[in-house]
Design a protein around this ligand. Structure first.
Ligand code: PEP
Ligand code: MG
Length: 324
């Protein structure tokens, strides 16, 4: 199989009935750039900017960030790079900025933290804009969005960053801005936000954790954590319909994107962009090239009627076995 997978590197992930799926890489480390390209990533669907922050000894400066971001943007020239603004807090602590909280998953994290530390956010936005310069492949992705004001405030900061940089003589342009759908509150608000954002990306890891009220890193309950839980699948289906009706480009960048059983459902729900760690891309591409999207739709409709994750997984595993 390895040899067969390697031959697919330059082939598109197109289903047997002609549906094209884009496969992007998740990363946060410059060391991942070459494996991403070697595995045929068509862009970076999730660049986790907290990773360079986590390995540093203090908050990286604007110049340091610009240096890192520009390498990713250049390596993927002509291909989209979805750079997520700093997503620390919760399960992503910064050694040099400890946050002590009773309930970190529901606490000061993601965009909440960033908006309360607007100079930090400004530094990051300026670094991203400078790194992109006149290239058009930067996309800005906002984590943990749960209310309208967060999007509006971030957009004002972005306006300020663009104005400042232009006054300083930099050639910069306004990138598309989108949100992670990972806090359940975002789902019902998506239609309202369609005029404010340019795309959405489902963060299925946090979305599952928050829908199920299950800490994915707590060994006592982790076994019940499952992105094939019917409630998760039904919400993903709702997001996909809403994105389609609102004309919002949709991707999914959590672990679901690299789980073959889940990919059958996602393909069936019309999700046409998946982002995953680069090493998983060849196998998922192979799978997508071996199925018909129309069959995946039938399967997705079938499992959406089912009641428990174990039964759903069994049906999907059976379908995978039938496809070899
Ligand atoms: C997610 O929540 O699904 C996601 C992709 O983000 P992270 O795993 O970095 O929280
Ligand atoms: Mg997340």
């Amino acid at each position: 199989l390895q040899g067969e997978l390697a031959e697919l590197v330059n082939e598109p992930a197109t289903t047997t009935d002609g549906e094209r799926v884009r496969l992007y890489a998740n990363t946060g480390l410059l060391a991942d750039i070459s494996p991403g390209i070697a595995n045929g990533a068509e862009g970076v669907g999730l660049y986790r900017t907290e990773m360079p922050f986590m390995v540093a000894e203090t908050f990286p400066s604007e110049d340091e960030q610009e240096f890192i971001y520009s390498q990713v943007l250049k390596a993927y020239a002509g291909k989209p790079v979805y750079m997520r603004t700093l997503d620390i807090g919760g399960d992503k602590p910064l050694p040099y900025f400890p946050i002590e909280e009773e309930n970190p998953a529901l606490g000061w994290r993601g965009i909440r933290f960033c908006l309360d530390n607007s100079s930090l956010m400004m530094t990051q936005l300026r670094a991203m804009l400078r790194a992109a310069g006149e290239a058009d492949n930067l996309r800005i992705l906002l984590p943990m969005v749960s209310n309208t004001g967060e999007i509006d405030r971030l957009r004002l900061l972005l306006d300020d960053a663009l104005t400042q940089l232009r006054e300083e003589g930099y050639l910069v342009q306004r990138p598309p801005v989108g949100i992670m759908v990972e806090v359940p509150a975002a789902i019902s608000l998506l239609p309202t936000w369609a005029t404010r954002i340019d795309f959405v990306s489902i963060g299925s890891n946090d979305l599952s954790q928050y829908l199920l009220a299950l800490d994915r890193n707590n060994p006592r309950v982790a076994s019940a954590y499952d992105h094939l839980h019917p409630a998760v699948l039904r919400e993903v289906s709702r997001i996909a319909l809403c994105a389609r009706d609102s004309g919002l480009p949709l991707s999914l960048c959590g672990e679901m994107a690299s789980d073959p059983a889940a990919v059958l459902v996602l393909a069936g729900l019309g999700v046409r962009t998946l982002s995953m760690s680069a090493s998983k891309i060849p196998r998922i591409k192979w799978l997508l090239r071996s199925i018909a999207a129309a069959d995946a739709t039938t399967l997705a409709q079938q499992v959406l009627q089912m009641e428990d994750a174990a039964g759903i997984r069994e049906v999907l595993q059976q379908a995978l076995r039938e496809r070899g």
